[in-house]
Design a protein around this ligand. Structure first.
Ligand SMILES: [Zn+2]
Length: 119
């Protein structure tokens, strides 16, 4: 039995998720461009015009979503590197095996259920 190869089945899942994340990043980027264009065209005063405030808050919501998508994308790339390096499926904190059910749900996670941090 070779434990490092048993995780190979997560590779297509990680690539699929990376593709989805990339697509949503592209969509968010397009959103932020169109909202910015709307702001530029409407010539509103961000600080004093109520519509300007709405546009600013839309832009910041898009920015938050884009940050999340970017972070997920980084996590997936890191997971793929661990898959290549043979450290996939092991908690980055305690070194114990990450439960398979958890990997099935979040194959990019570097933490066991006891050490979920930053998410
Ligand atoms: Zn742990």
């Amino acid at each position: 039995m070779a434990p490092e190869t048993s995780f190979e089945r997560y590779r297509p899942l990680l690539h699929a998720e990376l593709g989805r994340t990339g697509a949503s990043l592209a969509a968010l980027d397009a959103d932020s461009r169109s909202v910015s264009a709307a702001r530029d065209n409407s010539n509103v005063d961000d600080e004093h015009d109520p519509e300007g405030t709405t546009i600013a808050s839309e832009l910041s919501q898009v920015a938050v979503l884009a940050r999340d998508a970017q972070r997920r994308s980084d996590e997936i790339r890191a997971a793929l590197e661990r898959l290549d390096g043979g450290s996939f499926g092991v908690c980055a904190v305690c070194g114990q095996a990450i439960a398979e059910g958890r990997l099935d749900a979040r194959p990019w996670t570097p933490y066991c259920i006891d050490h979920v941090s930053g998410r």
